[in-house]
Design a protein around this ligand. Structure first.
Ligand SMILES: C[S@@+](CC[C@H](N)C(=O)[O-])C[C@H]1O[C@@H](n2cnc3c(N)ncnc32)[C@H](O)[C@@H]1O
Length: 280
C-alpha cells in the first residue's frame, strides 16, 4: 500500500473528535469541525518564539494550530483515560447499575488520534497525561500563551481549573468555551449558568456574561472578547433526529440540542491576562 493509502486506512480506523487537514487530501472525520472557528478565536496571528500550552487537547487541533503559528514549543495536556473525567456521581451510579456498551466505548483511551495526527503533520508537540486541576509551575513551568477550549463545561469546578491555568500563565490565556446561547442574548449583563450534571458529563452551561465572570473570578483581566459563535458538527457527528428534538424544545436542554443539531454548539471566547498578586 502507498504511504498515502496507508495513512488513509489508519485515519479511517481511528475515532476522531477534531477535523484535521493532514495534507494530501486527507481530512480526519471529526465529531466537530473546529476549522470553522479559527477566525473567531482571538489567538494571536503570530506565536513566534512563545512557549505555549494547550489544555484538554484531544486530537490536538489547537496545539497543531499554535505550532503552525510559529510557537517555539507547544505542550498539550489531556487525560488519557476518560474514566478520570469529572463524571457526575449520578452518572457513575447509573453506569454501575446499567453498564452499557455505550460507556465502554466512551472510555477507550483517546490519545491514538493525537499520535497519528502528530506523525502525519511531522509535529513536535509534546502530549502529557495531566489533568487541568494538576497544572502547576512546579510541574510544567510557565507558559507565554495558554489555550483552553471546550473544557470548562465538562468540569465540576471550572473556576478552580482556570485558577490552575493562571498559575502557569506568564503571558496570556485564550479561553474558548461553550455557552448557553439564548440567555447570552436575553441576559447579556447578568452572569447565569444552567446546571446539568446528571445525564452526561456536562456541568455548568454559562451564558456569555457568566463565562466572563468565571475568567475574572479566577484572577484574569479580559483584554478581548468575542460574541457568541457556533462550532459546527463534523463528519463523524451522529445525524440529529430534528423531529424528536423539536418535541423536546420546551426544555432549556432540548432547545440547546436543537441549536447544536441545526447550527452547531454555541461558544464564546476571550483573551485574558493574569492579575499579578502575592500568590505569584
Ligand atoms: C470537548 S473536548 C475539547 C477539545 C479541544 N480542547 C477543543 O477545544 O477542541 C474536551 C477535552 O478535555 C479533556 N478533559 C476532560 N477533563 C479534563 C481534565 N480534568 N483535564 C484536562 N483535560 C480534560 C477531554 O479528555 C477532551 O479531550
Amino acid at each position: 500500500m502507498s504511504p498515502a493509502g496507508d495513512l488513509r486506512a489508519r485515519v479511517a480506523a481511528t475515532r476522531w473528535y477534531h477535523t484535521i487537514d493532514l495534507g494530501g487530501g486527507i481530512v480526519t472525520p471529526g465529531w466537530f469541525d473546529t476549522r470553522a472557528t479559527v477566525s473567531r478565536v482571538p489567538l494571536p496571528a503570530s506565536l513566534a518564539g512563545l512557549r505555549c500550552l494547550d489544555v484538554g487537547t484531544w486530537d490536538g487541533f489547537w496545539a497543531f494550530e499554535m505550532e503552525r503559528r510559529g510557537a517555539a514549543s507547544v505542550t498539550a495536556i489531556d487525560i488519557d483515560d476518560q474514566e478520570r473525567w469529572d463524571w457526575p456521581p449520578a452518572m457513575r451510579l447509573a453506569r454501575a447499575a446499567h453498564d452499557s456498551r455505550r460507556y465502554v466505548e466512551a472510555f477507550k483511551a483517546q490519545s491514538a488520534g493525537f499520535a497519528l495526527a502528530r506523525e502525519a503533520l511531522g509535529s513536535r508537540v509534546e502530549r502529557i497525561d495531566l489533568s487541568v486541576h494538576d497544572l502547576s509551575p512546579e510541574r510544567l513551568g510557565e507558559f507565554d500563551l495558554v489555550f483552553l477550549g471546550s473544557l470548562l463545561l465538562h468540569l465540576r469546578d471550572p473556576v478552580g481549573a482556570l485558577d490552575a491555568v493562571r498559575s502557569v500563565c506568564a503571558g496570556e490565556a485564550v479561553i474558548a468555551d461553550a455557552v448557553d446561547a439564548i440567555p447570552s442574548f436575553t441576559r447579556p449583563r447578568t452572569p447565569t449558568a444552567r446546571l446539568e450534571g446528571i445525564e452526561r458529563p456536562w456541568w455548568w452551561q454559562p451564558n456569555r456574561a457568566a463565562l466572563h465572570q468565571m475568567v475574572r473570578s479566577a484572577g484574569f483581566e479580559i483584554v478581548e472578547a468575542t460574541g457568541v459563535y457556533l462550532l459546527p458538527r463534523g463528519a463523524a457527528h451522529p445525524r440529529p433526529d430534528v423531529r424528536g428534538l423539536l418535541r423536546e424544545a420546551r426544555t432549556a436542554q432540548g432547545r440547546e440540542q436543537l441549536i447544536v443539531a441545526c447550527k452547531g454548539l454555541p461558544h464564546a471566547a476571550v483573551r485574558a491576562r493574569p492579575l499579578v498578586g502575592p500568590d505569584r
